[in-house]
Design a protein around this ligand. Structure first.
Ligand code: ADP
Length: 151
């Protein structure tokens, strides 16, 4: 049964899509940088989410576009406000590991209503940021399915 077989193959391919095969480079800022500098970094690196790290490069927070916009409305001193004041902070950060399936991370993005998660490696002192998965990653993976299966 040709149709059924093809659907099975597609399912297998989807379940085999891992974070490590699709992740992109994380863009990080230190917790001491100003909101102004974080906004500049977001434009320079052309990303929608910045991950915030401490001196040891361990994850401490996340900054979204709207976090930065909210702070910018009606404020003058964006140079004076450090990002650690406004970021979403640990332990409330949704993360993923490189060995996890992309389907599982997609579910997390939808359930938490977020655009990106950091790929992390657990260390005794905390979580090291090694990559990022975003809605763009998921869209790219979706497109790769249609290409590899000639749908
Ligand atoms: P935006 O706020 O620009 O729409 P998001 O939907 O990604 O972007 O972010 C919504 C809120 O969730 C923001 O306050 C942001 O700090 C927070 N957030 C974003 N990514 C994560 C994450 N991986 N874990 C926890 N909170 C997050």
């Amino acid at each position: 049964y040709a149709g059924k077989k093809s659907a099975q193959a597609l399912g297998d391919t989807m379940n085999n899509m891992k974070v490590k095969d699709f992740q992109s480079m994380p863009v990080v800022v230190r917790e001491s940088v100003s909101v102004y500098d974080a906004i500049c970094q977001m434009f320079l690196e052309d990303v929608g989410t910045l991950f915030v790290v401490d001196e040891q490069s361990l994850l401490v927070g996340v900054l979204s576009r709207k976090d930065l916009l909210r702070t910018s409305i009606g404020r003058q001193e964006l140079n004076q406000i450090p990002v650690h004041i406004i970021m979403t902070r640990m332990p409330n950060i949704t993360t993923c590991k490189k060995s996890e399936s992309l389907i599982e991370v997609s579910r997390r993005l939808i359930e938490q209503q977020i655009d990106a998660v950091p790929v992390v490696a657990e260390e005794p002192a905390g979580l090291r940021v090694t990559g990022r998965i975003t809605k763009t990653t998921i869209t790219r993976a979706f497109l790769s399915l249609s290409e590899s299966h000639e749908l």
